[in-house]
Design a protein around this ligand. Structure first.
Ligand SMILES: Cc1cc2nc3c(=O)[nH]c(=O)nc-3n(C[C@H](O)[C@H](O)[C@H](O)COP(=O)(O)OP(=O)(O)OC[C@H]3O[C@@H](n4cnc5c(N)ncnc54)[C@H](O)[C@@H]3O)c2cc1C
Length: 444
Protein backbone atom coordinates (compact mmCIF):
# COMPACT_ATOMS: atom_id res chain seq x y z
CA UNK A 1 0.00 0.00 0.00
CA UNK A 2 1.11 3.54 -0.63
CA UNK A 3 1.64 6.31 1.87
CA UNK A 4 -1.05 8.98 2.15
CA UNK A 5 -0.62 12.34 3.80
CA UNK A 6 2.44 11.22 5.77
CA UNK A 7 0.54 8.47 7.61
CA UNK A 8 1.64 4.84 8.10
CA UNK A 9 2.00 2.23 5.32
CA UNK A 10 -1.22 0.40 6.22
CA UNK A 11 -3.26 3.56 6.44
CA UNK A 12 -6.11 4.39 4.10
CA UNK A 13 -7.63 7.78 3.43
CA UNK A 14 -11.11 7.37 4.87
CA UNK A 15 -13.09 5.20 7.26
CA UNK A 16 -16.05 5.33 4.90
CA UNK A 17 -16.77 6.67 1.46
CA UNK A 18 -20.51 6.98 0.83
CA UNK A 19 -21.75 7.19 -2.77
CA UNK A 20 -25.15 8.93 -2.94
CA UNK A 21 -26.66 11.79 -0.93
CA UNK A 22 -30.30 10.59 -0.78
CA UNK A 23 -31.80 9.60 2.60
CA UNK A 24 -29.90 6.29 2.83
CA UNK A 25 -26.50 7.86 2.07
CA UNK A 26 -26.90 10.98 4.22
CA UNK A 27 -28.13 9.08 7.26
CA UNK A 28 -25.49 6.32 7.02
CA UNK A 29 -22.77 8.96 6.67
CA UNK A 30 -24.18 11.03 9.54
CA UNK A 31 -24.35 8.07 11.94
CA UNK A 32 -20.80 6.97 11.14
CA UNK A 33 -19.52 10.53 11.59
CA UNK A 34 -21.33 10.74 14.92
CA UNK A 35 -19.43 7.59 15.95
CA UNK A 36 -16.13 9.34 15.22
CA UNK A 37 -15.52 7.90 11.75
CA UNK A 38 -13.91 9.99 9.06
CA UNK A 39 -16.52 10.01 6.30
CA UNK A 40 -16.77 11.47 2.84
CA UNK A 41 -20.00 11.51 0.81
CA UNK A 42 -20.13 12.08 -2.93
CA UNK A 43 -23.18 12.70 -5.12
CA UNK A 44 -23.23 13.31 -8.85
CA UNK A 45 -25.90 16.01 -8.58
CA UNK A 46 -25.96 19.38 -6.87
CA UNK A 47 -28.37 19.88 -3.99
CA UNK A 48 -31.15 20.80 -3.49
CA UNK A 49 -32.44 18.46 -6.21
CA UNK A 50 -35.86 17.01 -7.03
CA UNK A 51 -36.53 13.30 -7.51
CA UNK A 52 -39.21 10.97 -8.87
CA UNK A 53 -41.11 10.00 -5.71
CA UNK A 54 -44.63 10.04 -4.23
CA UNK A 55 -43.02 12.08 -1.40
CA UNK A 56 -44.84 10.42 1.48
CA UNK A 57 -42.66 9.54 4.46
CA UNK A 58 -44.53 6.81 6.35
CA UNK A 59 -44.99 6.79 10.15
CA UNK A 60 -42.17 4.33 10.76
CA UNK A 61 -39.85 6.60 8.75
CA UNK A 62 -40.95 9.57 10.88
CA UNK A 63 -40.24 7.50 14.02
CA UNK A 64 -36.68 6.79 12.82
CA UNK A 65 -36.03 10.49 12.24
CA UNK A 66 -37.34 11.25 15.71
CA UNK A 67 -35.06 8.61 17.28
CA UNK A 68 -32.05 10.00 15.44
CA UNK A 69 -32.83 13.60 16.43
CA UNK A 70 -33.42 14.48 12.79
CA UNK A 71 -37.12 15.29 12.89
CA UNK A 72 -36.58 18.93 13.82
CA UNK A 73 -34.70 19.92 10.62
CA UNK A 74 -37.25 18.00 8.55
CA UNK A 75 -40.21 19.73 10.23
CA UNK A 76 -38.52 23.02 9.45
CA UNK A 77 -39.16 22.26 5.75
CA UNK A 78 -42.95 22.56 6.40
CA UNK A 79 -44.06 18.97 5.63
CA UNK A 80 -47.80 18.22 5.38
CA UNK A 81 -49.00 15.84 8.14
CA UNK A 82 -50.97 12.96 6.57
CA UNK A 83 -53.41 10.92 8.59
CA UNK A 84 -53.82 8.20 5.97
CA UNK A 85 -54.69 7.34 2.40
CA UNK A 86 -57.89 7.05 0.48
CA UNK A 87 -57.79 4.17 -1.99
CA UNK A 88 -60.09 4.40 -5.00
CA UNK A 89 -60.36 1.58 -7.46
CA UNK A 90 -61.13 3.90 -10.38
CA UNK A 91 -64.86 4.58 -10.78
CA UNK A 92 -65.80 2.02 -8.14
CA UNK A 93 -66.15 3.89 -4.84
CA UNK A 94 -63.57 4.62 -2.19
CA UNK A 95 -62.00 3.18 0.95
CA UNK A 96 -60.24 5.28 3.51
CA UNK A 97 -57.53 4.00 5.85
CA UNK A 98 -55.70 5.75 8.65
CA UNK A 99 -52.23 5.36 9.99
CA UNK A 100 -51.87 4.65 13.65
CA UNK A 101 -49.21 4.91 16.32
CA UNK A 102 -47.59 8.00 17.75
CA UNK A 103 -46.37 9.35 14.41
CA UNK A 104 -48.34 10.29 11.34
CA UNK A 105 -46.95 10.23 7.84
CA UNK A 106 -45.49 13.37 6.31
CA UNK A 107 -45.91 14.72 2.80
CA UNK A 108 -42.44 16.05 2.10
CA UNK A 109 -40.76 17.68 -0.87
CA UNK A 110 -37.76 15.56 -1.74
CA UNK A 111 -35.93 18.70 -2.81
CA UNK A 112 -35.99 20.11 0.72
CA UNK A 113 -36.16 16.82 2.67
CA UNK A 114 -33.04 15.29 1.08
CA UNK A 115 -31.21 18.60 1.37
CA UNK A 116 -32.05 18.87 5.09
CA UNK A 117 -30.65 15.38 5.75
CA UNK A 118 -27.52 16.10 3.70
CA UNK A 119 -26.91 19.31 5.65
CA UNK A 120 -27.39 17.40 8.92
CA UNK A 121 -24.69 14.97 7.74
CA UNK A 122 -22.38 17.87 6.91
CA UNK A 123 -22.97 19.36 10.35
CA UNK A 124 -22.12 15.98 11.93
CA UNK A 125 -18.69 16.19 10.28
CA UNK A 126 -19.20 14.44 6.92
CA UNK A 127 -17.22 15.91 4.05
CA UNK A 128 -19.86 16.36 1.34
CA UNK A 129 -18.81 16.65 -2.31
CA UNK A 130 -21.61 17.22 -4.81
CA UNK A 131 -21.16 17.18 -8.59
CA UNK A 132 -18.88 14.18 -8.06
CA UNK A 133 -19.70 10.90 -9.81
CA UNK A 134 -18.53 7.41 -8.99
CA UNK A 135 -17.11 5.93 -12.19
CA UNK A 136 -15.54 2.64 -11.04
CA UNK A 137 -15.37 0.69 -7.81
CA UNK A 138 -13.31 -2.22 -6.50
CA UNK A 139 -14.96 -3.72 -3.39
CA UNK A 140 -11.67 -4.49 -1.58
CA UNK A 141 -11.27 -7.45 0.77
CA UNK A 142 -9.93 -8.54 4.16
CA UNK A 143 -6.47 -6.98 3.67
CA UNK A 144 -7.31 -4.60 0.84
CA UNK A 145 -9.19 -1.28 1.05
CA UNK A 146 -12.08 -0.53 -1.25
CA UNK A 147 -10.96 1.62 -4.17
CA UNK A 148 -12.96 4.01 -6.31
CA UNK A 149 -12.46 6.22 -9.32
CA UNK A 150 -14.40 9.49 -9.08
CA UNK A 151 -15.09 12.19 -11.65
CA UNK A 152 -15.28 15.71 -10.21
CA UNK A 153 -17.36 18.71 -11.32
CA UNK A 154 -14.74 19.87 -13.84
CA UNK A 155 -14.30 16.35 -15.26
CA UNK A 156 -11.11 15.69 -13.29
CA UNK A 157 -10.55 12.08 -12.17
CA UNK A 158 -9.50 11.09 -8.70
CA UNK A 159 -8.77 7.78 -6.97
CA UNK A 160 -9.78 7.19 -3.32
CA UNK A 161 -9.12 4.29 -0.93
CA UNK A 162 -11.48 3.64 1.90
CA UNK A 163 -11.79 1.17 4.75
CA UNK A 164 -15.48 0.76 3.91
CA UNK A 165 -17.34 1.75 0.72
CA UNK A 166 -21.09 2.36 0.93
CA UNK A 167 -23.26 2.21 -2.20
CA UNK A 168 -26.25 4.50 -1.50
CA UNK A 169 -26.66 5.45 -5.13
CA UNK A 170 -30.26 4.50 -5.73
CA UNK A 171 -32.29 2.41 -8.12
CA UNK A 172 -29.69 1.76 -10.84
CA UNK A 173 -26.74 1.66 -8.45
CA UNK A 174 -23.40 2.02 -10.22
CA UNK A 175 -21.70 0.62 -7.12
CA UNK A 176 -23.85 -2.55 -7.19
CA UNK A 177 -23.07 -3.05 -10.88
CA UNK A 178 -19.35 -2.34 -10.51
CA UNK A 179 -18.90 -4.91 -7.75
CA UNK A 180 -21.06 -7.59 -9.42
CA UNK A 181 -24.06 -7.53 -7.04
CA UNK A 182 -26.72 -6.14 -9.44
CA UNK A 183 -29.08 -8.61 -11.13
CA UNK A 184 -31.00 -7.78 -14.30
CA UNK A 185 -34.34 -5.95 -13.72
CA UNK A 186 -37.28 -8.32 -13.27
CA UNK A 187 -41.06 -8.31 -13.21
CA UNK A 188 -43.47 -6.23 -15.23
CA UNK A 189 -42.05 -3.10 -16.80
CA UNK A 190 -43.29 -0.01 -15.03
CA UNK A 191 -42.59 3.61 -15.73
CA UNK A 192 -43.62 6.71 -13.82
CA UNK A 193 -43.87 10.48 -14.10
CA UNK A 194 -44.07 12.79 -11.11
CA UNK A 195 -45.20 16.41 -11.17
CA UNK A 196 -45.40 19.04 -8.48
CA UNK A 197 -48.73 20.79 -8.86
CA UNK A 198 -50.48 23.71 -7.19
CA UNK A 199 -54.18 23.08 -6.57
CA UNK A 200 -56.99 24.00 -4.18
CA UNK A 201 -60.05 22.08 -3.16
CA UNK A 202 -59.43 18.54 -1.91
CA UNK A 203 -58.74 17.80 1.75
CA UNK A 204 -55.06 17.99 2.60
CA UNK A 205 -55.36 15.54 5.49
CA UNK A 206 -54.68 12.44 3.39
CA UNK A 207 -53.23 11.19 0.13
CA UNK A 208 -55.21 9.49 -2.63
CA UNK A 209 -54.26 6.32 -4.43
CA UNK A 210 -56.26 5.64 -7.58
CA UNK A 211 -55.95 2.13 -8.91
CA UNK A 212 -56.84 1.39 -12.49
CA UNK A 213 -55.85 -1.54 -14.71
CA UNK A 214 -52.20 -1.05 -15.58
CA UNK A 215 -52.36 2.48 -14.19
CA UNK A 216 -51.87 3.88 -10.69
CA UNK A 217 -52.14 7.54 -9.72
CA UNK A 218 -50.90 8.91 -6.41
CA UNK A 219 -51.96 12.36 -5.29
CA UNK A 220 -50.79 13.72 -1.94
CA UNK A 221 -50.18 17.08 -0.31
CA UNK A 222 -46.56 18.03 0.17
CA UNK A 223 -45.46 20.66 2.59
CA UNK A 224 -45.13 24.27 1.68
CA UNK A 225 -45.93 27.31 3.81
CA UNK A 226 -48.95 28.25 1.63
CA UNK A 227 -50.49 24.77 1.76
CA UNK A 228 -51.30 24.52 -1.94
CA UNK A 229 -48.70 22.09 -3.31
CA UNK A 230 -49.32 18.45 -4.21
CA UNK A 231 -47.36 15.54 -5.53
CA UNK A 232 -48.97 13.91 -8.56
CA UNK A 233 -47.42 10.62 -9.67
CA UNK A 234 -48.61 8.43 -12.51
CA UNK A 235 -47.32 4.85 -12.86
CA UNK A 236 -48.10 2.78 -15.95
CA UNK A 237 -47.51 -0.98 -16.09
CA UNK A 238 -46.78 -2.86 -19.32
CA UNK A 239 -43.98 -3.17 -21.77
CA UNK A 240 -42.38 0.11 -22.60
CA UNK A 241 -45.04 2.72 -21.87
CA UNK A 242 -42.54 5.57 -21.59
CA UNK A 243 -43.74 7.09 -24.89
CA UNK A 244 -47.35 6.97 -23.73
CA UNK A 245 -46.35 8.61 -20.44
CA UNK A 246 -44.60 11.44 -22.23
CA UNK A 247 -47.40 11.92 -24.79
CA UNK A 248 -50.62 11.67 -22.80
CA UNK A 249 -49.43 11.16 -19.20
CA UNK A 250 -50.61 14.51 -17.85
CA UNK A 251 -54.08 14.22 -19.41
CA UNK A 252 -54.37 10.65 -18.12
CA UNK A 253 -53.39 11.64 -14.58
CA UNK A 254 -55.88 14.55 -14.46
CA UNK A 255 -58.67 12.40 -15.91
CA UNK A 256 -57.99 9.69 -13.28
CA UNK A 257 -58.22 12.25 -10.48
CA UNK A 258 -61.66 13.24 -11.81
CA UNK A 259 -62.72 9.55 -12.03
CA UNK A 260 -61.54 9.16 -8.43
CA UNK A 261 -64.02 11.84 -7.34
CA UNK A 262 -61.52 14.62 -6.65
CA UNK A 263 -63.12 18.03 -6.96
CA UNK A 264 -61.23 21.31 -7.39
CA UNK A 265 -61.95 24.87 -6.48
CA UNK A 266 -58.97 25.76 -8.70
CA UNK A 267 -57.69 23.17 -11.18
CA UNK A 268 -54.12 21.89 -10.81
CA UNK A 269 -51.24 23.69 -12.46
CA UNK A 270 -47.77 22.24 -12.93
CA UNK A 271 -45.14 24.09 -10.91
CA UNK A 272 -42.22 21.66 -11.16
CA UNK A 273 -41.14 18.42 -12.83
CA UNK A 274 -41.88 16.09 -14.39
CA UNK A 275 -39.40 13.58 -13.01
CA UNK A 276 -39.40 10.18 -14.71
CA UNK A 277 -38.45 6.79 -13.32
CA UNK A 278 -38.69 3.03 -14.01
CA UNK A 279 -38.48 0.15 -14.26
CA UNK A 280 -38.57 -0.56 -10.55
CA UNK A 281 -37.87 -4.18 -9.68
CA UNK A 282 -34.08 -4.09 -9.23
CA UNK A 283 -32.94 -7.18 -7.37
CA UNK A 284 -29.41 -7.76 -6.07
CA UNK A 285 -27.60 -11.04 -5.41
CA UNK A 286 -26.40 -9.77 -2.02
CA UNK A 287 -25.77 -6.52 -0.16
CA UNK A 288 -22.13 -7.01 0.83
CA UNK A 289 -19.00 -7.77 -1.15
CA UNK A 290 -15.45 -7.32 0.13
CA UNK A 291 -15.40 -4.08 2.10
CA UNK A 292 -18.44 -2.67 0.31
CA UNK A 293 -22.08 -2.64 1.37
CA UNK A 294 -25.29 -1.38 -0.21
CA UNK A 295 -28.06 0.61 1.48
CA UNK A 296 -31.45 2.02 0.38
CA UNK A 297 -32.67 1.37 -3.16
CA UNK A 298 -29.18 0.23 -4.15
CA UNK A 299 -29.69 -2.78 -1.84
CA UNK A 300 -32.63 -3.95 -3.99
CA UNK A 301 -35.87 -2.24 -4.84
CA UNK A 302 -39.27 -3.64 -5.67
CA UNK A 303 -42.06 -1.16 -6.28
CA UNK A 304 -43.13 2.32 -5.15
CA UNK A 305 -46.84 1.46 -4.72
CA UNK A 306 -46.84 1.08 -0.93
CA UNK A 307 -44.70 4.17 -0.26
CA UNK A 308 -42.15 2.38 1.92
CA UNK A 309 -38.95 3.29 0.06
CA UNK A 310 -37.74 6.13 2.29
CA UNK A 311 -38.45 4.11 5.42
CA UNK A 312 -36.39 1.24 3.96
CA UNK A 313 -33.60 3.69 3.08
CA UNK A 314 -33.51 5.05 6.64
CA UNK A 315 -33.79 1.62 8.24
CA UNK A 316 -30.97 0.16 6.15
CA UNK A 317 -28.81 3.19 7.03
CA UNK A 318 -29.37 2.56 10.76
CA UNK A 319 -28.65 -1.15 10.41
CA UNK A 320 -25.47 -0.48 8.41
CA UNK A 321 -24.14 2.09 10.89
CA UNK A 322 -25.05 -0.10 13.89
CA UNK A 323 -23.30 -3.13 12.41
CA UNK A 324 -20.19 -1.20 11.32
CA UNK A 325 -19.64 0.62 14.61
CA UNK A 326 -20.66 -2.22 16.90
CA UNK A 327 -18.19 -2.50 19.78
CA UNK A 328 -15.91 0.16 18.30
CA UNK A 329 -13.03 0.86 20.61
CA UNK A 330 -11.72 3.79 18.63
CA UNK A 331 -14.29 6.39 19.69
CA UNK A 332 -12.26 9.57 19.78
CA UNK A 333 -11.57 11.48 22.95
CA UNK A 334 -13.08 14.96 22.64
CA UNK A 335 -9.72 16.69 22.15
CA UNK A 336 -8.62 14.57 19.14
CA UNK A 337 -9.54 15.86 15.68
CA UNK A 338 -10.72 12.90 13.60
CA UNK A 339 -8.88 14.34 10.57
CA UNK A 340 -5.54 13.81 12.40
CA UNK A 341 -6.21 10.17 13.21
CA UNK A 342 -4.56 7.33 11.29
CA UNK A 343 -7.14 5.17 9.54
CA UNK A 344 -6.40 1.48 9.22
CA UNK A 345 -8.21 -1.58 8.01
CA UNK A 346 -9.94 -2.78 11.16
CA UNK A 347 -9.63 -6.52 11.95
CA UNK A 348 -13.31 -6.74 12.90
CA UNK A 349 -14.63 -5.08 9.71
CA UNK A 350 -15.35 -8.26 7.78
CA UNK A 351 -17.57 -9.81 10.46
CA UNK A 352 -19.37 -6.48 10.91
CA UNK A 353 -20.16 -6.41 7.19
CA UNK A 354 -21.54 -9.96 7.41
CA UNK A 355 -23.60 -8.90 10.39
CA UNK A 356 -25.12 -6.12 8.29
CA UNK A 357 -26.10 -8.53 5.51
CA UNK A 358 -28.01 -10.77 7.91
CA UNK A 359 -29.68 -8.00 9.92
CA UNK A 360 -30.82 -6.23 6.74
CA UNK A 361 -32.37 -9.39 5.39
CA UNK A 362 -34.22 -9.88 8.65
CA UNK A 363 -35.03 -6.19 9.26
CA UNK A 364 -36.71 -5.54 5.91
CA UNK A 365 -38.26 -8.97 5.28
CA UNK A 366 -41.65 -7.81 6.49
CA UNK A 367 -41.95 -4.79 4.20
CA UNK A 368 -40.64 -6.75 1.20
CA UNK A 369 -43.25 -9.48 1.71
CA UNK A 370 -46.03 -6.94 2.06
CA UNK A 371 -45.02 -5.20 -1.17
CA UNK A 372 -44.90 -8.48 -3.09
CA UNK A 373 -48.23 -9.72 -1.73
CA UNK A 374 -49.98 -6.49 -2.75
CA UNK A 375 -48.31 -6.56 -6.16
CA UNK A 376 -49.35 -10.16 -6.86
CA UNK A 377 -52.89 -9.53 -5.63
CA UNK A 378 -53.34 -6.54 -7.93
CA UNK A 379 -51.82 -8.38 -10.89
CA UNK A 380 -54.34 -11.28 -10.79
CA UNK A 381 -57.74 -10.00 -11.92
CA UNK A 382 -60.00 -12.16 -9.67
CA UNK A 383 -57.83 -11.49 -6.62
CA UNK A 384 -57.74 -7.81 -7.47
CA UNK A 385 -61.53 -7.61 -7.73
CA UNK A 386 -62.14 -9.45 -4.46
CA UNK A 387 -59.57 -7.49 -2.49
CA UNK A 388 -60.70 -4.08 -3.78
CA UNK A 389 -64.29 -4.99 -2.97
CA UNK A 390 -63.23 -6.08 0.55
CA UNK A 391 -61.44 -2.76 0.99
CA UNK A 392 -64.61 -0.86 0.16
CA UNK A 393 -67.15 -2.99 2.02
CA UNK A 394 -65.48 -4.48 5.11
CA UNK A 395 -65.01 -1.95 7.88
CA UNK A 396 -61.46 -1.73 9.15
CA UNK A 397 -59.78 -3.48 6.21
CA UNK A 398 -58.61 -0.24 4.59
CA UNK A 399 -57.16 1.06 7.86
CA UNK A 400 -55.45 -2.26 8.52
CA UNK A 401 -53.81 -2.13 5.09
CA UNK A 402 -52.73 1.49 5.50
CA UNK A 403 -51.26 0.76 8.91
CA UNK A 404 -49.32 -2.15 7.44
CA UNK A 405 -47.87 0.06 4.71
CA UNK A 406 -46.92 2.49 7.49
CA UNK A 407 -44.42 -0.20 8.57
CA UNK A 408 -45.76 -0.37 12.11
CA UNK A 409 -47.50 -3.76 12.16
CA UNK A 410 -47.83 -3.61 15.93
CA UNK A 411 -50.16 -0.61 15.62
CA UNK A 412 -52.73 -2.96 14.07
CA UNK A 413 -53.53 -3.89 17.64
CA UNK A 414 -53.86 -0.33 18.87
CA UNK A 415 -56.59 2.25 18.53
CA UNK A 416 -56.08 5.12 16.07
CA UNK A 417 -54.04 7.59 17.81
CA UNK A 418 -52.58 10.88 18.73
CA UNK A 419 -51.03 13.38 16.48
CA UNK A 420 -47.47 14.16 15.65
CA UNK A 421 -46.34 17.04 17.83
CA UNK A 422 -45.38 19.44 15.09
CA UNK A 423 -43.29 22.47 15.78
CA UNK A 424 -45.02 24.23 12.92
CA UNK A 425 -48.66 23.17 13.24
CA UNK A 426 -50.59 23.80 10.07
CA UNK A 427 -54.02 25.32 9.86
CA UNK A 428 -56.68 23.46 7.93
CA UNK A 429 -56.65 24.53 4.35
CA UNK A 430 -59.97 23.39 2.96
CA UNK A 431 -63.56 22.83 4.04
CA UNK A 432 -63.02 19.17 3.17
CA UNK A 433 -60.39 19.01 5.93
CA UNK A 434 -62.90 20.05 8.54
CA UNK A 435 -65.47 17.61 7.20
CA UNK A 436 -62.95 14.80 7.37
CA UNK A 437 -61.87 15.45 10.95
CA UNK A 438 -62.56 12.49 13.22
CA UNK A 439 -63.00 10.27 10.22
CA UNK A 440 -64.12 6.66 10.08
CA UNK A 441 -62.09 3.85 8.60
CA UNK A 442 -64.37 3.41 5.65
CA UNK A 443 -66.35 5.27 3.00
CA UNK A 444 -68.84 4.08 0.48
C1 LIG B 1 -42.44 6.90 -8.74
C2 LIG B 1 -41.89 6.66 -7.37
C3 LIG B 1 -42.69 6.96 -6.25
C4 LIG B 1 -42.19 6.72 -4.97
N1 LIG B 1 -42.96 7.07 -3.91
C5 LIG B 1 -42.48 6.91 -2.63
C6 LIG B 1 -43.23 7.37 -1.51
O1 LIG B 1 -44.29 7.99 -1.62
N2 LIG B 1 -42.71 7.12 -0.28
C7 LIG B 1 -41.52 6.49 -0.10
O2 LIG B 1 -41.12 6.27 1.04
N3 LIG B 1 -40.78 6.08 -1.16
C8 LIG B 1 -41.22 6.28 -2.41
N4 LIG B 1 -40.46 5.92 -3.49
C9 LIG B 1 -39.16 5.29 -3.25
C10 LIG B 1 -38.11 6.30 -2.78
O3 LIG B 1 -38.02 7.37 -3.71
C11 LIG B 1 -36.75 5.60 -2.67
O4 LIG B 1 -36.91 4.36 -2.02
C12 LIG B 1 -35.74 6.44 -1.89
O5 LIG B 1 -35.47 7.65 -2.59
C13 LIG B 1 -34.42 5.67 -1.72
O6 LIG B 1 -33.45 6.51 -1.17
P1 LIG B 1 -31.90 6.25 -1.48
O7 LIG B 1 -31.14 7.18 -0.61
O8 LIG B 1 -31.58 4.81 -1.39
O9 LIG B 1 -31.70 6.64 -3.02
P2 LIG B 1 -31.97 8.01 -3.78
O10 LIG B 1 -32.89 8.86 -3.01
O11 LIG B 1 -32.33 7.62 -5.16
O12 LIG B 1 -30.53 8.72 -3.80
C14 LIG B 1 -29.50 8.21 -4.58
C15 LIG B 1 -28.48 9.32 -4.81
O13 LIG B 1 -27.34 8.74 -5.46
C16 LIG B 1 -26.84 9.64 -6.41
N5 LIG B 1 -26.07 8.88 -7.41
C17 LIG B 1 -26.55 7.95 -8.28
N6 LIG B 1 -25.54 7.45 -9.02
C18 LIG B 1 -24.41 8.06 -8.61
C19 LIG B 1 -23.02 7.96 -8.98
N7 LIG B 1 -22.61 7.11 -9.95
N8 LIG B 1 -22.12 8.74 -8.35
C20 LIG B 1 -22.51 9.61 -7.36
N9 LIG B 1 -23.80 9.74 -6.98
C21 LIG B 1 -24.73 8.96 -7.58
C22 LIG B 1 -28.09 10.31 -6.98
O14 LIG B 1 -27.79 11.57 -7.54
C23 LIG B 1 -28.99 10.41 -5.75
O15 LIG B 1 -28.88 11.68 -5.12
C24 LIG B 1 -40.90 6.16 -4.78
C25 LIG B 1 -40.11 5.88 -5.90
C26 LIG B 1 -40.58 6.13 -7.17
C27 LIG B 1 -39.71 5.84 -8.34
Amino acid sequence: MTHHGGKGPDDVELDALVVGGGPSGSVTALLLARAGWQVELVDRTDFPRGKACGECLNPAGVAILRELDLLEPVLATHPAPLEGWEISPLSEGRARGRFSGPDRALGIQRRTFDHALLEAARTAGVRVRTGTTLVEADPGGRGEPARVLLRGPAGQQERRRSRILIGADGLRSRVARAIGLALPPRGPTRASLTWRVAARGPSRRRGRLLLGRGCTVGFAPVGDPQGTLWNLTLVLTGSDRTGELKGSGWARAIESLGDGGIVWSEPPEIVDGPWGSGSFHRPVRGVVRGRTLLVGDAAGYFDPLTGQGIFRALRSACLAADSLTHGDSHRLPDHVDSADRSIRLHPGDMSRLEQYASTLDHGLRWSRRLQKTIDWTLALEPARRVSLSALRTLPGVASALIRLTGDRPRTLLTVPSPTLPLTNPRKRTSPADAAAHGDSGHLS
